[in-house]
Each structure stands twice: as C-alpha cells, then as structure tokens.
Design a protein around this ligand. Structure first.
Ligand SMILES: Nc1ncnc2c1ncn2[C@@H]1O[C@H](COP(=O)(O)OP(=O)(O)OP(=O)(O)O)[C@@H](O)[C@H]1O
Ligand SMILES: [Mg+2]
Length: 269
C-alpha cells in the first residue's frame, strides 16, 4: 500500500476549561480531539462529519499544524511533520491550504482581489516579478471561473459564491497537494453551494488534489467524498468508503445522522 499523504496517529487536544483552571465549579476540560488516528491517501476526498462541537475543525487545524496537538504523531508521506522546522516546515505548509466556511469573513475587505489572491505568492515566492505574479493570479482566477476584471475589485463587490471562488483561488495559487475545506458551502444558498462543490470536483480532477472536507451536511459529503470519517465528541466512531457509510452505517450515531436527512440525492446512493 502506498504511504499516506498525511497520517495522524493518536492526536489529542484539550483546550483549557472555560473560566480558567482555578474558577470555582469549572467543569474539568474535555478533550476536543481524543486519540484520533486517520490516514489521508493522495487523490482521495476524505470527509469528516459530525455535529457541532465534535472536534472537526480542531482536528483539521492540527493536521495542518495550525494548532499543535497535546500528543500524538503527524506524518507527511511517512516523515515526521511535528518535527519539521524552518524551511522544511515552510515547504510542507505551502502544500497544504485551507478553504474556509465564511467567504465574507475570511477575505480582508480592505484588499483588492489581486492582492488577496497574490498574497501567498508574495510570501512564498518573493522573487517573482510583478508581471509574473499578475499572470499567476489571472490564471488561477480563470480556473475558478472569474475573469481579469476581478483583479481591481474588493470582496464586497462580489456575491457569496464568487467570494468563495476567490477564497479557493487564494488556496490554489501555491499549487498545493492537499486542500482542507472546512464547511465550504454552509454559508451559501443550496444552488450556489452546488456550483462550488462542482468546481471543487473539477479542480480536484484537473490538479490531482487531495481533499479533507469537513461538513455537517451528509448530502454535501455524499457529492464529494470517497471516504467518510464520522466524529462524535472528539473521537472517530466510524470510518469507511462513502457508499458504505451512507448506505449501511454501522454505528448508531452515524445511523442517527443519516436518519436526520430528508432524502439523499439519487446520485449519492
Ligand atoms: N480555541 C479554542 N479554545 C477553547 N475551546 C475550543 C477552541 N476551539 C475549539 N474549542 C472547543 O473544542 C470543541 C470542538 O470544537 P470544534 O470547533 O473543533 O468543533 P467542530 O466539530 O468544528 O464544530 P462546528 O461544526 O460547530 O464547527 C468544542 O467544545 C469547542 O468549544
Ligand atoms: Mg468547525
């Protein structure tokens, strides 16, 4: 079996209990992520589903080393990601990008699209000329369905769906291998969200991307995921191929999530 692109072993993270350690009557801290092990194979779309507060975002952020785990291991193609420092860490980080839930909050309202999308290039490829940077920005905007006229405009001039395209362009400009999408369509209307999901699918095919998709919505997951991990209270309670989890869920919690959906799209089953 090929080495996973990214592997988590026994990842654990506990945030301090609200009110601080010495607060009277404070509940003892519960782990947000509790001994999670997960493998992400190159080219797949692994979805993490689970109710609000189950630890999905915390897990994803740890897997990108945006927050440090309390314990556990992280391996990128078999190499110790937690031990990476300096230029090695930088090189690994640029291969893993994130698409955020809220395209209204995640784009700096004072920056023009050219600067928003080009910023990662300024950071990671500072030697690029202005003209070359502009070309790269225009290219990536085109791949997400936006034209050159977007360059000089500000985020507020775009619709929610277009803003999410801008966020995706920013995530893709460094040509990452892994994209973590945390609730990428939950702030959008269903029809706009469906177009974004289709875009994500096309981009995966065109750029051989690996996706870690976080969503509380099983219909969204059904459209994109090849594999599903179900999270409850910081733990993975069930994981398997998407069709198996959607059609024959084994865990009662997964069964309750599926029972809560009115109807899955026919293409999913
Ligand atoms: N920075 C933080 N400080 C303290 N507690 C946190 C922090 N981030 C997350 N938590 C807590 O960790 C738990 C898991 O939160 P997390 O945001 O990972 O869940 P989630 O599954 O992404 O939820 P949602 O679906 O609402 O986004 C929750 O109890 C949350 O309150
Ligand atoms: Mg979350």
């Amino acid at each position: 079996m090929p080495v996973p692109l990214l592997e988590a072993r026994n990842l654990k993270k506990t945030f301090p209990a609200p009110g601080g350690a010495f607060a009277m009557g404070a509940a003892s801290a519960v782990p947000a992520v509790d001994a999670v092990s997960l493998e992400l194979a190159a080219g797949e779309t692994l979805a993490i589903v689970g109710e609000s507060g189950s630890g999905k975002t915390t897990l994803a952020r740890m897997m990108l080393r945006l927050i440090e785990p309390d314990s556990g291991e992280l391996l990128v193609e078999g190499r110790d990601f937690l031990a990476a420092r300096g230029s090695q860490l930088r090189a690994l980080r640029r291969e893993m990008q994130m698409v955020f839930q809220d395209p209204f909050a995640s784009l700096d309202p004072r920056m023009r699209v050219a600067a928003i999308v080009g910023e990662p290039l300024e950071i990671y490829e500072p030697s690029l000329s202005r003209a070359d940077r502009r070309t790269r920005v225009v290219d990536v905007l085109r791949t997400v369905g936006l034209g050159e006229e977007a360059l000089a405009r500000y985020p507020h001039e775009f619709s929610g769906g277009q803003r999410q395209r801008i966020g995706i362009a920013r995530a893709l400009i460094l040509r990452p291998r892994l994209v973590v999408a945390d609730e990428p369509v939950s702030a959008l209307d269903v029809s706009v969200g469906a177009q974004i999901l289709e875009l994500l699918q096309n981009l995966q095919r065109d750029f051989a991307l690996t996706y870690l998709l976080i969503s509380h919505s099983l219909p969204v997951v059904a459209q994109l995921a090849t594999r599903i991990a179900v999270m409850q209270r910081g733990r993975i309670v069930e994981t398997g191929p998407a069709a198996q989890i959607l059609n024959a869920p084994a865990h009662p919690y997964t069964q309750s999530l599926i029972a809560a959906i009115p109807a899955l799209p026919a293409s999913a089953v």
